[in-house]
Write a new protein. Structure first.
Length: 229
């Protein structure tokens, strides 16, 4: 809960892309990557990019957006990657109200950081690339930049696991999308749940197209999205 509370704190100002609160969230995530002991890519945790957005008919430049990325090297296949992702931006301040985004998606980032901590101590065979996407709420801009300017070759990414709004649900039910389009993922998901007090629900989901995993999937990378229900 500590990471959720930090990212949804008032000083983060709802983490809208291009705002000071978003910059504070960037700094927090990068600091967590460093404290965990993850490897930066190309000497930095940040993948900076810019984009334009339209607000009430006015076009605005966002010149300093950033995805945050870090690596746990694989023990056997260092040049093969599984991407574990979550978007960290949210809606910012509207009408004087701070939309903190504890569930959407501080919870997903917290789950990603928890996975990073575990795998840093227990490295897998393939490398894990942890990605906190910016500007998801602005039309998946961070994911689109990732695909257009991949930090590793896209054909070396075997799977994407995207974590979104995992703070909801109290019945130990995990809603997993992606297995419908990529049936090879089904036994992997079932094996991960076996012996645990969790129920996996698998079915096509229209919201898959609104997630970073969908953007990466368009590059022919098997992708899934996990959401509690």
């Amino acid at each position: 809960m500590r990471d959720v509370e930090a990212l949804s704190a008032p000083e983060m100002e709802g983490r809208l892309s291009g705002t000071p609160g978003n910059k504070r969230a960037q700094a927090f995530i990068a600091a967590q990557f460093k404290d965990i002991g993850l490897e930066p890519l190309n000497g930095a945790f940040e993948q900076k990019f810019s984009f334009k957005k339209t607000t009430r008919g006015t076009v605005q430049d966002v010149p300093d957006a950033a995805n945050l990325m870090a690596l746990v090297g694989g023990t056997a296949e260092r040049d093969r990657y599984v991407v574990v992702s979550a978007h960290y931006d949210h809606l910012g301040v509207r009408g004087g109200q701070v939309y903190r985004g504890a569930d959407d998606n501080a919870s997903g980032v917290a789950a990603m950081l928890a996975a990073a901590r575990w795998f840093r101590a227990h490295p897998p065979r393939q490398s894990l690339l942890f990605v906190a996407f910016d500007a998801e709420e602005e039309g998946l801009q961070g994911a689109r930049h990732f695909v257009a300017h991949p930090p590793v070759p896209l054909d070396r990414i075997s799977t994407v696991v995207n974590l979104d709004m995992v703070g909801r649900g109290d019945k130990n039910v995990l809603f997993v999308t992606g297995t419908h389009h990529y049936p090879a993922l089904k036994p992997i998901v079932e094996d991960a749940a076996r012996g645990r007090s969790i129920t996996i629900t698998r079915r096509p989901c229209r919201s898959m197209s609104a997630s970073p995993a969908f953007v990466v999937a368009t590059a022919n990378v098997p992708s899934g999205r996990a959401i509690p229900r």
